[in-house]
Each structure stands twice: as structure tokens, then as C-alpha cells.
Design a protein around this ligand. Structure first.
Ligand code: IPM
Ligand code: MG
Length: 357
């Protein structure tokens, strides 16, 4: 049966990079019997400008009905002064929570062709292959109560609540342990259990859960130490599992070990592998509309979509091989450019991947 894919290009470089992934999916549709129907919707600032809300009802409906979603990026300077309740980011957060996309998979792997693009020494990062499993629908991002209140002395106070239930911790833990079973069988759970009770519980639940996965080696690390270890010796990690905010921060850090955040895809999955796929990077408003952005993270996100939500591992591998082949050809967008390589635009990079397919 034809699967429905919702495209949400969003803001900034979003439309340009999603367009490249669509070219790739079009080829798979016509040449490799990928049976998907793509429709487009508005999210983020683009949706706010038309509907006054970053997640309009019709977008949410389409998202709920789709088999998978491919998102570009949201946000930009012109929406930064908006109230937090209608900022572009709320569009993204709204899809994550309404669709219960609690499991965020953020791989950070170094393409050998790009070893020189990292700011770290090649011996520290060569062969790097980490998976960050970030809890995405709980923690301090969604905890209640939250807000800004006025105290008796007239001063204002901002507050958020950091909460995790055992159920929430367990289900993200299972995702991490199961991923580790297919990889190097190591899970490092990152918390701040020396200070925060919520992560004391997190650590306890992860420790219990590990008993169900005797082959997997579980370790625990405080988040400050994890941030340090990631740049000191990143190859000690296989799977890192952590809460929403720590995962947000550590995944940006991990991405830069690989040279460019422009290369890294992500998947946000519910309990049934329905998912939203997006590059790990943001909307890069400074280079938007200039055909400069690296579309490979989005193309690789489409590959993850093929793998997890569309049941086409074969095509996922084909796309990943095509990306590797264009890197072998020496094609580079500005973010991954180095001496002796061929500088290409967003659309040229998309065309090169299509040509490989
Ligand atoms: C991310 C982004 C989002 C987040 C923002 C845009 C809300 O930084 O996907 O990592 O913090 O989750
Ligand atoms: Mg982030």
C-alpha cells in the first residue's frame, strides 16, 4: 500500500535542503519501487506567518495521519521576539509531544573522507561511531508547572520543572539497550544523580533495566563529566542514553566531533516506529536562500526514514552508499570544504546523490 510521507520544510535553509531529499525520494519512487506519496505542510515560522501559529491544526492532522514525516528546520531571527508559546520551536515540540515521539536517535559518525573537517585530532575521532538516544517528550522541556511569576517583593521569577516517571525512563532505556544489542553492546547512561533526585531515579531504573540485557555493559556518567569525556576520548562511547535537555546539549557537542553538524541525521520515533526525521542542525538563517547549505544530513534523515518507518532497509543502504560515493568524488559544501576538494552548492550536492542512484 502507498505510504504517506508528510514534508515539513519549515524555515531558513529548511526548504532548500528538503528539496534535495525529495529529489532522492523521487528517484527511489520511479526507479526502485518505493511506493510513497509526498504532501507538504507548514510548520514553524512559515506556519506562524500564514496561520498565526507554528503548528496549525491542519499540519497536526496531516502529521497524525502520515506514516512518516520529513522535517527541514524551524526558527529564524524574525520570530525571536514572539511569545514563547507561538515561537517556531513550539511547532517542532508540538509534533514531538502530540505524536508521542519519545525516542530521539542521533548518530554521530565520522565519515573517513571528512577526517580533516573535525577540529579534533584525527586519532581522537577516526572511526568514531556514537549513537545518542535522547528522551524527547519529557524532562524539563515539558514538565509542569512552568512559567514566569511575580514574587511578593515584585520581582519576577522564572521556573521549570524537571520530571521523569519510571515508565518514561524505562521505555527510553529499552530503546537504548536494544540499539546497543545491534552495535557494540555498551550503554552509558548520563545523568546528574549527585544533585537531582529525578536523575537519581533515572539511574536506579536504568540499573534495574540492565538486568534484562545481560550482554550489554551499562555504565553511568554525570553530565558534566560526559561533556568532557566526549571531547577527551569520544571513542569510549557506543550508545549514550539521556534525558531531553542533556541529550539536546550533548548531541550538538557530539555532532561537532565529526566535523560538521551538516552531515548528521536524526530520527524521532514513537512506540510503533512511526517517526519524524530531520537533520540534527538548525535553520541556519545566516545562509538561508543562498544555495549554500549542506543537504546531506537531510538526505541521510530520509535514509533513516526508509529504514525505520518505511521498511526499506535496502533503499536506506543505497542512499547511504550514494552519499559516501559523492564524498569520495571530492564534492563538498562550504561547511565540509577543505583544500583540494570541489566546492558545490546545495542543489549540486543533491543532484550528485541523485546521479549516484
Ligand atoms: C533540537 C533543537 C530543538 C530542541 C529546539 C529547536 C526546540 O535544538 O532538536 O535539538 O531543543 O529540542
Ligand atoms: Mg538542539
Amino acid at each position: 500500500m502507498t505510504k504517506q510521507v508528510l514534508l515539513l520544510p519549515g524555515d531558513g535553509i529548511g526548504p532548500e535542503i528538503v528539496a534535495q531529499a525529495v529529489k532522492v525520494l523521487d528517484v527511489l519512487n520511479t526507479k526502485y519501487n518505493l511506493d510513497i506519496n509526498m504532501t507538504e505542510g507548514l510548520v514553524g515560522g512559515a506556519a506562524y506567518d500564514v496561520h498565526g501559529h507554528p503548528l496549525p491544526d491542519e499540519t497536526l492532522k496531516a502529521a497524525l495521519a502520515a506514516d512518516a514525516i520529513l522535517l527541514g528546520a524551524v526558527g529564524g531571527y524574525q520570530w525571536e521576539s514572539l511569545d514563547i508559546s507561538v515561537r517556531p520551536e513550539k511547532g517542532l515540540l508540538g509534533i514531538r509531544s502530540n505524536l508521542k515521539l519519545f525516542a530521539n536517535l542521533r548518530p554521530a559518525m565520522l565519515y573517513p573522507q571528512l577526517a580533516n573537517a573535525s577540529t579534533l585530532k584525527p586519532e581522537v575521532v577516526s572511526g568514531l561511531d556514537i549513537l545518542i538516544v535522547r528522551e524527547l517528550t519529557g524532562g524539563i522541556y515539558f514538565g509542569q508547572p512552568r512559567g514566569i511569576r511575580t514574587l511578593e517583593n515584585g520581582e519576577r521569577q522564572g521556573y521549570n520543572t524537571y520530571v521523569y516517571s519510571e515508565t518514561e525512563i524505562k521505555r527510553i532505556g529499552h530503546v537504548a539497550f536494544q540499539a546497543a544489542m545491534k552495535r557494540n553492546k555498551k550503554v552509558c547512561s548520563v545523568d546528574k544523580a549527585n544533585v537531582l533526585e529525578v536523575t537519581e531515579l533515572w539511574r536506579e531504573v536504568m540499573t534495574d533495566l540492565a538486568k534484562e540485557y545481560p550482554e550489554v555493559q551499562l555504565s553511568h556518567m554525570y553530565v558534566d563529566n560526559a561533556a568532557m569525556q566526549l571531547v577527551r576520548n569520544p571513542k569510549q562511547f557506543d550508545v549514550i542514553v539521556t534525558g531531553n535537555m542533556f541529550g539536546d546539549i550533548l548531541s550538538d557537542e557530539a555532532s561537532m566531533l565529526t566535523g560538521s553538524i551538516g552531515m548528521l541525521p536524526s530520527a524521532s520515533l514513537d512506540a510503533h516506529n512511526k517517526g519524524m526525521y530531520e537533520p540534527s542542525h538548525g535553520s541556519a538563517p545566516d545562509i538561508a536562500g543562498q544555495n549554500l547549505a549542506n543537504p546531506l544530513a537531510t538526505i541521510l534523515s530520509a535514509a533513516m526514514m526508509l529504514r525505520y518507518s518505511l521498511g526499506r532497509e535496502d533503499l536506506a543502504v543505497k542512499v547511504e552508499q550514494a552519499v559516501s560515493a559523492v564524498l569520495d568524488q571530492g564534492l563538498r559544501t562550504g561547511d565540509i570544504f577543505s583544500e583540494g576538494m570541489t566546492r558545490v552548492s546545495t542543489s549540486q550536492m543533491g543532484d550528485a546523490v541523485v546521479a549516484q542512484l
